[in-house]
Design a protein around this ligand. Structure first.
Ligand SMILES: C[S@@+](CC[C@H](N)C(=O)[O-])C[C@H]1O[C@@H](n2cnc3c(N)ncnc32)[C@H](O)[C@@H]1O
Length: 405
């Protein structure tokens, strides 16, 4: 009986702490119908569930015997293989087309797959929460299967079809030779190889888009703008981040700088998103002096670029931006800054680094805030030993670091 008031007091204390210490959310002037910004939970709720997840995961792992945990870890690839098989052969589309519930044999007929294997894959998917299985052999869509059918599809395909083999090569060979996983597996550095492989290059861009859509929403929910800025993105891919910013702040002008083929795809993406005259995509390499257009930028994003490169290359990229940008512009680095989150997120950052090790030149890695500050200091962007970029937490894995140029 005496426990109840104690419990209420503890809940009130935690809620008060979370509300009192959470950052304010930014609400943009326009919220499109399909905006993912609307899906961002309020900061205190977000922080509570991330913390709860850390605690539950810790308990689940601590209560699993070490031999079982070792087996789970050794065999964890089975989960991604199940996802790959289902995405690759269109099982999610077929189930959705059947109204969301269907026998797996009917899904097999529709997808031209073998019912014995497909049904076992779908059952395995049900044990993972991808489907519900209300009766044996009958499957129903869930929020996860819908994700894998729509905005997480290309990312799932790319992770299994491209990243996995390169990561295996990293584990088998790079660890001995010191050459990047992609060089060991594909026989060439990542970007060189992709220049000659349009299908894979396009799949990569689409996978990056899947990764970027949620981050873009989290950036919109955290970065206060005046609304009239010229917002740029160096190595900005097909322009996912910028199109999202423009959709929420339609008076901004947006400019992507990327390699020619990707810049061409950015133009197509901007057309699809009807950004019109407010958007440009400029072919450029960040290893060369950047085009004069960069002088017009008020904010220059560099998202998931620095982790692709060794320190000396990062310094070159940052120096080129510093030299080509107008004084007073702000650099906005978006990366999985190491050491700023609880165990689940730090683990997810290690997973991001797995991709980096397998696709990027030797020396590429995830970095701490102090390591980013060191790079910025070497590039002449910040001065003094104690200056660091301003860290803005996002309601997702990556963080935003802002620094004046
Ligand atoms: C990991 S992706 C990140 C894309 C985007 N910023 C995002 O987060 O979705 C790295 C990007 O750097 C671009 N890139 C690679 N080398 C480049 C170079 N030398 N100059 C400009 N962009 C480059 C790639 O085309 C790709 O779009």
């Amino acid at each position: 009986m005496r426990l109840a008031p104690l419990l209420v007091a503890a809940v009130a204390l935690v809620a008060g702490y979370l509300i009192g210490t959470s950052p304010a959310s930014v609400v943009p002037p326009v919220m499109p119908e399909s905006s993912l910004v609307k899906e961002l939970p309020p900061w205190p709720v977000y922080r509570f569930f991330v913390g709860l997840n850390d605690v539950l995961r810790y308990l689940a792992e601590k209560t699993t015997p070490p031999d079982i945990r070792a087996l789970e870890l050794s065999n964890s690839f089975w989960q991604s293989v199940v996802v790959y098989g289902l995405v690759k052969h269109g099982a999610f589309d077929a189930l959705a087309e059947a109204g969301g519930t269907s026998r797996c044999s009917a899904v097999a007929l529709k997808t031209g797959t073998h019912p014995h294997y497909l049904c076992r894959f779908m059952h395995a998917g049900a044990t993972l929460g991808i489907f519900e299985e209300p009766e044996p052999g009958v499957f129903r869509t869930t929020a996860i299967s819908e994700e894998l059918r729509t905005r997480s599809r290309d990312r799932a395909l790319w992770l299994s079809a491209m990243l996995r083999d390169n990561y295996v090569a990293t584990a088998e060979k790079s660890i001995m030779t010191g050459a990047p996983g992609c060089v060991e597996h594909l026989g060439a550095p990542w970007w060189e190889w992709h220049a000659d492989h349009p299908y894979e290059s396009e799949l990569f861009d689409r996978a990056m888009k899947d990764f970027s859509l949620r981050t873009a929403a989290a950036v919109v929910g955290a970065l206060p703008l005046k609304g009239t800025e010229v917002v740029c993105d160096v190595g900005g891919g097909i322009g996912t981040l910028l199109a999202t910013i423009w959709e929420h702040w339609p008076s901004t002008t947006v400019k992507v700088f990327d390699l020619p083929e990707t810049a061409r795809r950015a133009i197509e993406y901007f057309e699809l998103k009807e950004v019109g005259n407010n958007a440009t995509a400029i072919p450029a390499s960040f290893f060369d002096p950047l085009p004069a257009d960069l002088k017009t930028c008020d904010i220059i994003f560099l998202k998931n670029v620095l982790h692709d490169w060794a320190d000396d290359d990062c310094v070159k990229i940052l120096s080129n931006i510093k030299q080509s940008a107008a004084p007073g512009a702000r650099l906005a680095i978006v990366e999985a800054t190491v050491g700023t989150d609880g165990p689940s997120f730090e683990r997810a950052k290690a997973a991001v680094e797995a991709g980096i090790l397998s696709t990027c030149p030797q020396g590429a890695k995830e970095r701490t805030l102090a390591e980013f500050a060191h790079l910025l200091r070497r590039a002449g962007v910040i001065e003094g030993d104690h200056q660091t970029p301003t860290l803005i937490k996002l309601r997702e894995l990556l963080s935003l670091m802002i620094v004046p140029l």
